[in-house]
Design a protein around this ligand. Sequence first.
Ligand SMILES: CC(C)(COP(=O)(O)OP(=O)(O)OC[C@H]1O[C@@H](n2cnc3c(N)ncnc32)[C@H](O)[C@@H]1OP(=O)(O)O)[C@@H](O)C(=O)NCCC(=O)NCCSC(=O)/C=C/CCCCCCCCCCCCC(=O)O
Length: 719
Amino acid sequence: MARYELVKRSVALITLTNPPVNALSSAVRHAMAKSMEQALNDPKVTAVVICGENGRFCGGADIREFAGPLRGPPLVPLLDAIEAGEKPVVAAIEGVALGGGFELALVCHYCIAHFKARLGLPEVTLGILPAAGGTQRLPRLIGIPAALELITTGRHISAQEALKLGIVDQVTEQNACEVAVEFALRAVAKPLSSRRVSMLTTPCPPDLDALLEVVTMEVKKKARGVMAPLACIQAVRAAATMPYSKGIKRESELMATLFNSGQARALQYCFFAQRTAGKWTLPSGAQWNNSKPREIRSAAIIGLGTMGRGIVVSLARVGISVIAVESEKKLLETGKQMVIGMLERDAKRRGVSASLNLLKFTLSLQDLKDVDLVIEAVFEDMALKKRVFQELSKVCRPATLLCTNTSGLDVDALAGVTDRPHLVVGMHFFSPAHVMKLLEVVCGPRSSSETIATAMSLGKRMGKVSVAVGNCPGFVGNRMLKPYMDQATFLLEEGATPEQIDKALEDFGFAMGVFRMSDLAGLDVGWRIRKESGLTGPDVDPKNPPRRRHGRRYCPIPDMVCEQGRFGQKTGRGWYMYDKPGGTNAKPDPLIQNLLEMYRSRYAIQPRNISDQEIIERCLFALANEGFRILEDGIAARPEDIDVIYLFGYGFPRHRGGPMFYASMVGLERVLERLEHYHQAHPDVPHLEPSPLLKKLVACGSPSVQTWREHIKTMHSHL
Ligand SMILES: CC(C)(COP(=O)(O)OP(=O)(O)OC[C@H]1O[C@@H](n2cnc3c(N)ncnc32)[C@H](O)[C@@H]1OP(=O)(O)O)[C@@H](O)C(=O)NCCC(=O)NCCSC(=O)/C=C/CCCCCCCCCCCCC(=O)O
């Protein structure tokens, strides 16, 4: 857990050895304490260097240990002892120094960092604060404003930035450990008092209160209802106003308010869920660690609409040659100009040169014969997509992978029109595709493990969080969206307003409520899909009762809004009104209010007062209920996958963990009881009927979300 060696006859080299990130587990802390004691007591040792094995200094505290009772030597006294020691201690930072790893570096008297190293205090993203002295030492070292920014955002910084801020003493392109040993030898006998950061006085700005106020407002605006950043601000205030001995106590008190909180549990769950999601597995036994992806050097995108353009940018910026295809010259030219603009802006922001030389634009599918992979991103029309896939089948070499960016159509039906169904897979990007981090990789029943591995690995290469899902209408994300949005519109019928529903969801933590989000996405898309599926428009049998379709409750209000040409932000009117087409400042619209009143009076609906609690329960429990059905159907392999999809694709608040984790935090019994209650009140809404899996889990004593998988016995997995 920590290796102790004597090098250059007088330097104790302590290497943390806890792969993969040398986290400060209880065993590591124990070994470190022992090694430090040995070094300080050995008269041969004149200086100490601390480094991490395998080119990684330290990824911080072992987050897995937070779930159980804390054991082993506590970190704060250990770090205080290192700082107080009479022999110079030098940190040799390679790879990462994060969280407790950064705090360890802060107590070392000197720091050498490799030029590729990254440092940061990401505790806030885990719902806690840097409670091993980080909130007290960093402000003393770099001042309040810079420390506040790093601690409240959890941002990682480069070695160069750390040097500028005065956190590290030297940045090297050589082996940081060897440089640190030489540095340590030169530091012997130099006075250490000014190197003990806890002894420094925090440089305090004259307008401390005003500064803290501004940061508090910013934090509250950015992350509504999130506790950890606010506690971080209070801890930093203590560094400015108290001596270290008192400040560290305050830090610990504040940590105690966060450590066992639901938010901390949710955020730590998200950390591991994100990593679990990449570990796909098929019933055949093929999985992420035994299936080799193909190398993708060239790709083609069919369709240069919003999605196609974003996908081209995502591919080109990771060095893949892209051929972009459109059907008409004008569309091709417009798409080309937009892609170039997007790539140039992106490159400028990242301080690199735009990879325009990787792009080719064409009107001819014949140009695609040699590419490694094609992503179809044409209009959401099955007949059109089938024609494209038939054509691709003829044109592309037999080994080319054929992918579709459909947001919900049958991937296997597309595979069926090709000569290579095993090489067909869905790659469902989210709009805007070059910004959104989520990729649903839709595995058809005939997709080969190599095809899935390639799509997953390509997603990772593009910086996406890729989740493998099964093939069903809407896959995971969009399938779950329907019951969520249905509940929102049913609540409108019953007496709520769009702004009331949005406010309840935004207070819950969503960046945008369902109606503001729909206005942003465009209301016409859903309207077209409803028309195509016979739910509205001329194909509906006039004898059909207006508020029922296929024997279920149906709310025609969204259709009525679209019939008035209100398609959302782009038309300046939707569920809200905007200053102009394309405007973003949503204001409640009296015309929508009128529409709702007329609608209710036409159908003799007596509006009632609807509480925020009912809004949250009906929208979010219906959402989670569909998640349980998705698990039952084998469309998602685990609840973590569903949660990751909602976190990265639909703006679900991270501090709530995702819909499935949220349901487990509320208590499955309670979710079941509320769904039963609402289903009794609305028996014509099947989405409110509790799913068999939810009932089963409750009957099994509501096990933790991480163990649901053991209770899911699918007849056949779609993955
Ligand atoms: C950048 C990374 C380090 C590496 O990224 P990458 O190379 O892409 O690899 P990953 O896939 O992310 O990770 C590889 C595997 O390693 C696992 N991992 C990573 N980091 C950790 C970790 N810190 N702990 C455990 N496991 C970790 C990861 O899960 C992968 O494994 P698997 O695939 O899932 O199996 C990147 O990993 C990264 O960013 N890591 C996280 C870094 C981080 O956030 N560090 C901060 C941790 S928190 C911390 O350090 C806190 C310090 C203060 C501690 C003080 C504790 C005192 C407790 C006091 C409590 C008082 C309250 C008492 C209340 C009361 O009872 O009253």
